[in-house]
Design a protein around this ligand. Structure first.
Ligand code: TUI
Length: 309
């Protein structure tokens, strides 16, 4: 079954679940445009998630999903809300969904874990995942080590479930490249930050427009939670402290509430501006629908340009 059939969507585009950002306005815009919008539940309580699901339902009658960030401790509470509200697609990140998989499958939910390696992709297939998102280190936020270019074909060869590509995809050329490497769909996060409907502070969008190809960095590798974000004052301080080998708590204190600072208050110097490497090629804020149309047209043109005449 193709990914569009599996998810009941028009275009093989999923929206990456960006913590505190991927809420009803963006999720509904992506689903209305023919992709799959995904609510990021990381940091939410059960009732906050329920409210976000209900807001999304009020804005679209198309399918959408919920992402569960597995470093959270309230997954069971969030799962109950997902089942009660009848959400049919769950994606997972930043950990293994092993304990919850039977509950989700029992409830008839399509489960799509995000994976950073072949080993974890294989594990997810064995656990009963319906598809996997293979996410390269070009992505924003919590990342693995392998690039999309190298990871994707290796995951495609290793599993027999559909593979969706993520990390470093920001336009139709990227979509075409992902399909060339065997993906059946793409998940796009960063490019959706710079859209009219994205409910992130304007300064965050402007930081994405301004950033160039080398302006994102990965910090926190030593703590076991590597995160890619746009270099700023806070990140430079973090790197200085990391070089000094300070205690974990000192680093945690620096990053405490930092995502909120950037996303909600627009403090892009002292906050955490998580974004992927493709932020360097974003030049324009546009509506989600126009962006998706443009990307699909460019993807189709890119593929047909390969045809031998
Ligand atoms: O999850 C993401 N990206 C994220 S989550 C996030 S929220 C956050 N906020 C502050 C600090 C840290 C995180 C921001 N960005 N992407 C999916 C992803 N999943 N990348 C890597 C993984 C992953 C890692 C290990 C998936 C499975 C896994 O399994 C470990 C195991 O033991 O099986």
């Amino acid at each position: 079954m193709s990914i569009t059939e599996l998810l009941h969507i028009k275009y093989p585009i999923m929206q990456g679940a960006m913590a505190q950002i991927a809420k009803a306005p963006l999720v509904a815009a992506v689903s209305n445009a023919g992709g799959l919008g995904i609510i990021a539940s990381g940091g939410m309580s059960g009732e906050e998630l329920r409210a976000e699901i209900q807001k999304t339902k009020a804005l679209t009658d198309k399918p959408f999903g919920v992402n569960l960030m597995l470093m959270m401790t309230n997954i069971e509470e969030l799962t109950a809300v997902i089942i009660e509200e009848g959400v049919k697609v769950v994606t997972t990140g930043a950990g293994t969904p092993k304990t919850y998989m039977p509950i989700w499958k029992e409830a008839g939910i399509t489960v799509i874990p995000v994976v950073p390696s072949v080993l974890i992709a294989r594990k997810m297939e064995q656990l009963g995942a319906d598809a996997v998102v293979a996410e390269g280190t070009e992505a924003g936020g919590h990342v693995g080590e392998t690039t999309t270019m190298a990871l994707l074909p290796q995951v495609v060869d290793a599993v027999s479930i559909p593979v969706i590509a993520a990390g470093g995809i920001g336009d139709g050329r990227g979509i075409a490249a992902a399909f060339a490497l065997g993906a059946q769909g793409v998940q796009i996060g960063t490019r959706f930050l710079a859209t009219d409907e994205c409910p992130v502070h304007e300064n965050f969008k402007l930081a994405c427009l301004k950033a160039k190809d080398r302006d994102t960095v990965v910090t926190g590798r030593r703590n076991g939670a590597p995160v890619r974000s746009i270099k700023n004052k806070m990140i430079k301080e973090y790197q200085r402290l990391e070089d000094e080998n300070v205690d974990r708590d000192v680093l945690e204190e620096l990053t405490l509430g930092s995502l909120r600072k950037a996303v909600q208050e627009g403090d892009t110097e002292n906050g955490s501006v998580m974004a992927g490497q493709i932020t360097g090629m974003i030049t324009e804020i546009k509506p989600v629908d126009a962006l998706i149309q443009e990307m699909m047209t460019q993807a189709t043109e890119t593929v047909s340009a390969l045809t031998v005449k």
